[in-house]
Design a protein around this ligand. Structure first.
Ligand code: C5P
Length: 401
């Protein structure tokens, strides 16, 4: 039998326009299964994708669509509608509704309810990747976050418009988890400061060339987002990446390992540090002028110098975070190497993943990891990197309480 974790919780679900609106039906089903009462507001755009009847059938209650409806207003006015819920969820949240929320517009029932409410609000954005990445949408989302609006997603992947990127609605179970976190006070990392490193580092050879690796920053960024969702104040020190910064995270962009170490040290003290960056192990002497290819001449010799080990430095330094988590990307003897690394670096946990041929972990969307702690080794199933991040964040929260 399903656990009724959201029993008697009242959720006002605003369904705005977009192909992802069909997923709101599954969301309602999961929320009802969890014991919540769901009342829906459907925008004009949303009604192009799902019908009021489907929402009504699943929520088992009246669906509201009009601001100036005599019957709706007499049964439950828009102000009352905005106040009777424990939480307002906008899923999917289109670029349009985020813009209306950020600018305080009240031009239809949904935006009016959102302006009139004094309840917590969660938005689950879903739109074309360019629309999501547009500075206007990013600025609107940042404005909403600064006002205390919680954000879940969007996820990365193929989209209905045949493009690929960030813009997919977060999966309904992940939205339910975010709702539970907000409604059940499950923000176990509130008041905690967490440092996360992510991405590759670029070690310059000369003004135009550098040494780097294939890290995309997806796993580290997802961890930063998942920790923020549990209430932590997150400082994300990241090398150069092409993915967006998760909502509610304080980004400190760096380029080299040396810069990353300085930024990490400056971010201390922290309760937890997660070192997910793929830091270059070596750097070369920086040539101030571009190295020239001399016809018929010998290639330049790069003299490599070892970079500082940030994980070991922070693990063995002061002030030491209470929990230090390192990563181990290995192509062979994964667990044995991770265990040895845990001891050598002086960290508490190691998240070990296989980056051997055919694993597609580096730069990919999925990951299969082992969590190595003082108590032993846990093997997790293959999961989306966002799910690995959510699990790890949960484990971190448990370790701190
Ligand atoms: O020694 P190795 O590079 O395999 O260790 C991997 C772990 O150490 C990761 O957590 C990585 O972020 C961290 N690391 C670091 N500074 C380095 C090298 C690795 O923080 N210079």
């Amino acid at each position: 039998m399903a656990t009724l974790r959201l029993q008697h919780k009242r959720i006002l679900l605003i369904v705005s326009g977009g192909i992802a609106a069909y997923k709101s039906l599954e969301l309602i089903r999961l929320l009802r299964k969890s014991g919540a009462w769901v009342t829906c507001v459907l925008t004009k755009g949303g009604a192009e994708f799902v019908t009021p009847l489907s929402l009504q059938a699943l929520s088992e209650t009246k669906v509201y669509t009009e601001l100036f409806s005599l019957t709706d207003e007499s049964e439950m006015g828009h102000i009352q509608l905005s106040r009777t819920a424990d939480l307002i969820v906008v899923a999917p949240a289109s670029a349009d509704i985020l813009a209306k929320m950020a600018s305080g517009m009240a031009s239809d029932l949904a935006s009016t309810v959102l302006l009139a409410t004094d309840k917590p609000v969660l938005v689950a954005p879903a739109m074309n990747v360019r629309m999501w990445e547009h500075p206007a949408t990013q600025a609107n989302t940042a404005t909403l976050v600064s006002r205390g609006v919680a954000v879940v997603g969007p996820d990365e992947g193929p989209m209905a418009c045949n493009e690929f990127g960030f813009g997919r609605l977060a999966e309904p179970p992940v939205i339910v988890a975010a709702i539970e976190a907000l409604l059940l006070g499950k923000r176990p990392l509130a008041g905690r400061h967490v440092l996360v490193t992510s991405g590759p580092t670029h070690e310059p050879i000369d003004p135009v060339r550098y040494i780097a690796n294939r890290s995309s920053g997806r796993q580290g960024h997802a961890i930063a987002g998942a920790l923020a969702a549990l209430g932590a104040r997150v400082t994300l020190v990241s090398g150069p990446v092409e993915i967006p910064t998760p909502a509610g995270v304080d980004l400190r962009p760096v380029e080299t390992a040396a810069e990353m170490l300085v930024a990490c040290a400056a971010a201390l003290p922290a309760d937890v540090a997660v070192f997910a960056a793929a830091v270059a192990d070596w750097r070369t002497e920086l040539a101030t002028l571009k190295l020239k290819k001399v016809p018929g001449g010998a290639p330049p010799e790069l003299k490599l110098t070892t970079n500082p080990d940030i994980l070991a430095t922070i693990s063995q330094g002061t002030p030491r975070p209470r929990l230090v988590v390192g990563f181990a990307a290995e192509t062979n003897d994964l667990v044995a190497n991770a265990q040895a690394k845990r001891a050598r670096k002086g960290c508490d946990w190691i998240v070990a993943n296989n980056v051997g041929e055919g694993s597609h972990v580096m730069g990919g969307l999925r990951n299969e990891v082992h969590l190595v702690t003082a108590d032993g080794v846990e093997t997790w199933p293959e999961l989306a990197k966002t799910e690995v991040a959510a699990r790890l964040a949960q484990r971190i929260a448990e370790a701190l309480t």
